[in-house]
Design a protein around this ligand. Structure first.
Ligand SMILES: Nc1ncnc2c1ncn2[C@@H]1O[C@H](COP(=O)(O)OP(=O)(O)OP(=O)(O)O)[C@@H](O)[C@H]1O
Ligand SMILES: [Mg+2]
Length: 272
C-alpha cells in the first residue's frame, strides 16, 4: 500500500461543508488544462442537475470565452467585483448551459492585481464577494498561471484545490513551489483549505512518457489523484471556439466521455 501522504482527506470531512464547495483550479504552470477543466467540470455538474458558478479569475478570460461569453458581452467583470465597484451578483451571467453561470474576466483584471496591492484585506476580496452569492451547489474558480494576488484570493476563498497536471516531460517541475504556496495560505489565510484532487490532462496513449508521468503522479499523490485521466483530444481544443463545453458540443467524443467521468468521480468524492 502507498503510504498515506498529507494529501489524503477523509470524504466525510468534505461532505459537512454548509456553504457550497468552492474549488480553485490551480497550477502556476501555463497551458496545463486549468480553464478547460474549470469549464467542463462546471458544465458537467450543471448537466447533472447541480447549480454551478464558474469564477474566471484569469485576465486571459479563457473560461469566459469557453462558455460563450465574449469580450463585447462583458460590461462588468471580476475586476469590478474584486475592486468592489460592483456587487458580484451584478457581474454574473448565464451561459448556454442551464444551471451554469459565469462571473467573467477581461484583461482589466490584470489591473486589479496591481490596484489591490495596498488595499485593505486584499487577499480576502474574492471570499467576501462569494459570500454574497446564493443558490449554488458548487463554485469553480479558474486561476491564472501565476502565484500572484489573484491566485491568493482564489486560495483564500476556496474550500479545496484541484490541480491539473499535464502528461508531459516537465509535469512535476514547479509542483514543490505550488504545494509550498498552498501550505502558506493554509497556515496564514485559510486553515480549512484542502488539496482535494489532482487530475492528469492531455494524456497521449501513444507515448511511454505519458504513462510514466501518470505512474509518477499516482505514486506521489496517492488517492488524491483522480482515476479519470483526460486524453489529448482535438475536439476538446476545438470546443472553446464554439463557446461550448465538450459535453454539449460533442457528447459522444472521447473528450466528452472523459470529462463526464471526471464529473461523476468528483460527485462521488463529494457524496453527491
Ligand atoms: N485534453 C486536451 N486535449 C487537447 N487539447 C487540450 C486539452 N486540454 C486543453 N487543451 C488545449 O490546450 C490549451 C491549454 O489549455 P487550457 O487553456 O485549459 O490551459 P490553462 O492551464 O488554463 O492555460 P493558462 O495557464 O494559459 O490559463 C488550450 O488551447 C486548450 O484548448
Ligand atoms: Mg487558463
Amino acid at each position: 500500500m502507498t503510504e498515506a501522504g498529507p494529501f489524503q482527506q477523509q470524504p466525510a470531512e468534505r461532505a459537512t461543508q454548509s456553504l457550497p464547495v468552492r474549488v480553485a483550479i490551480m497550477n502556476q504552470k501555463g497551458g496545463v488544462g486549468k480553464s478547460t477543466t474549470a469549464v467542463n467540470l462546471a458544465a458537467g455538474l450543471a448537466l447533472r442537475g447541480e447549480r454551478a458558478l464558474v469564477v474566471d479569475l484569469d485576465p486571459q478570460g479563457n473560461a469566459s470565452s469557453g462558455l460563450g461569453v465574449e469580450r463585447d458581452d462583458i460590461k462588468y467583470s471580476m475586476y469590478h467585483a474584486l475592486t468592489e465597484e460592483i456587487d458580484v451578483n451584478g457581474v454574473i451571467q448565464e451561459t448556454g448551459v442551464e444551471g451554469l453561470h459565469v462571473a467573467p474576466a477581461t484583461i482589466d483584471l490584470a489591473g486589479a492585481e496591481i490596484e489591490l496591492v495596498s488595499a485593505f484585506s486584499r487577499e480576502g476580496r474574492l471570499h467576501r464577494a462569494l459570500e454574497r452569492t446564493t443558490g449554488y451547489d458548487a463554485i469553480i474558480i479558474d486561476c491564472p498561471p501565476s502565484l500572484g494576488l489573484l491566485t491568493i484570493n482564489a486560495l483564500t476563498a476556496a474550500t479545496e484545490v484541484l490541480i491539473p497536471i499535464q502528461c508531459e516531460y516537465y509535469a512535476l517541475e514547479g509542483l514543490t513551489q505550488l504545494l509550498q504556496n498552498i501550505g502558506l495560505v493554509q497556515r496564514s489565510l485559510n486553515s480549512t483549505l484542502s488539496i482535494e484532487g489532482v487530475v492528469l490532462t492531455m494524456f497521449d496513449s501513444r507515448t511511454r512518457l505519458a504513462a510514466d508521468v501518470v505512474r509518477e503522479v499516482r505514486e506521489y499523490f496517492g488517492a488524491t489523484a483522480y482515476d479519470t485521466v483526460i486524453p489529448r483530444a482535438v475536439r476538446i481544443s476545438e470546443a472553446p471556439s464554439y463557446g461550448e463545453p465538450i459535453e454539449v458540443l460533442d457528447p459522444a467524443s472521447k473528450g466528452a466521455i472523459a470529462y463526464a467521468d471526471l464529473t461523476i468521480e468528483w460527485r462521488k468524492r463529494h457524496g453527491r
